[in-house]
Each structure stands twice: as C-alpha cells, then as structure tokens.
Design a protein around this ligand. Structure first.
Ligand SMILES: Cc1cc2nc3c(=O)[nH]c(=O)nc-3n(C[C@H](O)[C@H](O)[C@H](O)COP(=O)(O)O)c2cc1C
Length: 176
C-alpha cells in the first residue's frame, strides 16, 4: 500500500495547520497515512559552528528516512511574519545538510492556513517557488483563509474551499 506522510510546519500543540494537514490526509483513500509532529524532531538551532562541533543530530536522519519511506507528502505551513515558522525552518535546514534535495522528488501537496484573510499565502508562495530547487515535486497547493470561519470539527465547512482542496488532493493521489 502507498504511504503518505502528513505534517504541519508548526510546533504548536493546537496547530491549525496540523488540523488542516490531518483533514487533507483523511481525503486520500486507500493509502497508509502517517502524521508527524515537529515536536518529535527538536534539534539545536542550526548553525555551521554547531554542525562542525557536534555534527548533524539523529533527528534529522530520522526525519529524512521518514520522507524516504513515503510515496507522497502533505504539508501545511504555518506563516510567521510572512515566512516559515522557526521550528519548521530549523528542521528543513538540518535535513538539507544530509541531502540538498531534501524532499526527494516525492509528490507534494503544500498548503497553508491562518486566522487571517490571506491564509498564509506568503509562506505558501515561498515554498512553491523554492521547494522545486530542493527536490520538491509540488503537484498541488492550497490556502485556506480565515481558519476560524472556514474550518470546524476537523473539516472545512465552506463548500467552495472544500471542493478546491478535493481537486488538489486528487492531483496528489494521481501522482502517487
Ligand atoms: C510570531 C508570529 C508571527 C505571525 N505572523 C503571521 C503572518 O505573517 N501571517 C499570518 O497570516 N499569520 C501570522 N501569525 C498568526 C499565525 O497564522 C497563527 O498563529 C496560526 O495559528 C499559526 O499556525 P499554527 O496554529 O499551525 O501554528 C503569526 C503568529 C505568530 C506567533
């Protein structure tokens, strides 16, 4: 059976992006789903001196191997000041030291949501333009604005946004 790894680019215990990633994963039928939590991959803040002195932490290898074991990736990015949340960027930087093409050409659905009306569009645009240079095969993207209005009880409540996500999920499924 094909396997999808789903996670949020956030370390918040109540992450709205983790809720969205979990929902999107539930829409892909007939596959094994593994949901990751960035809190299981806590590493020192990346720095070249840290790397030279203590090497690359085991967590980076574990994370990279999890991506390797998957056939596709669903990622929903938290937006902090227009960019990645630190917890996500730190993991990405460490894993990129093992393998520059850290996304390993896996088909990816990348998403973002936020409480505001732009739905994390800035971080989503950054990821969409840069992931392909890091081995990212981005086959779908989706932004959900105003999370508090459009998502409830583990699902998207707005029909138009839900249909849009279903289309993107189909792109991912067809690429597995
Ligand atoms: C430091 C910080 C910066 C933020 N910057 C933005 C931002 O630039 N754009 C945005 O839409 N929301 C921003 N937010 C609000 C986040 O979208 C909100 O906290 C959201 O819940 C983050 O996703 P998460 O719950 O998955 O961690 C910011 C929040 C914090 C704490």
């Amino acid at each position: 059976m094909k396997k999808i790894i789903a996670f949020a680019g956030s370390n918040s215990k109540a992450s709205i992006n983790k809720q969205l990633a979990t929902y999107a994963a539930s829409l892909v039928d007939g596959v094994e789903i593994e949901i990751l939590d960035l809190n299981d991959f806590v590493m020192p803040m990346y720095g070249i001196d840290e790397e030279n002195e203590r090497g690359i932490p085991d967590e980076a290898n574990i994370f990279s191997n999890l991506l390797k074991s998957s056939d596709g990736i669903i990622l929903s990015l938290a937006e902090h000041n227009g960019s990645y949340a630190v917890a996500f960027k730190n993991i990405m930087d460490w894993v990129s030291r093992l393998e520059g093409k850290l996304w390993q050409e896996k088909p990816m659905l990348i998403m973002a949501t936020s409480p505001g009306g732009r739905g994390g569009m800035s971080v989503l645009e950054t990821a969409t333009s840069t992931f392909p240079h890091m081995g990212g095969n981005v086959v779908g993207k989706f932004s959900l604005p105003s999370f508090g209005t459009n998502f409830s009880d583990g699902k998207i409540t707005d029909e138009a946004f839900n249909s849009e996500l279903l289309e993107e999920v189909k792109q991912l499924k067809d690429s597995l």
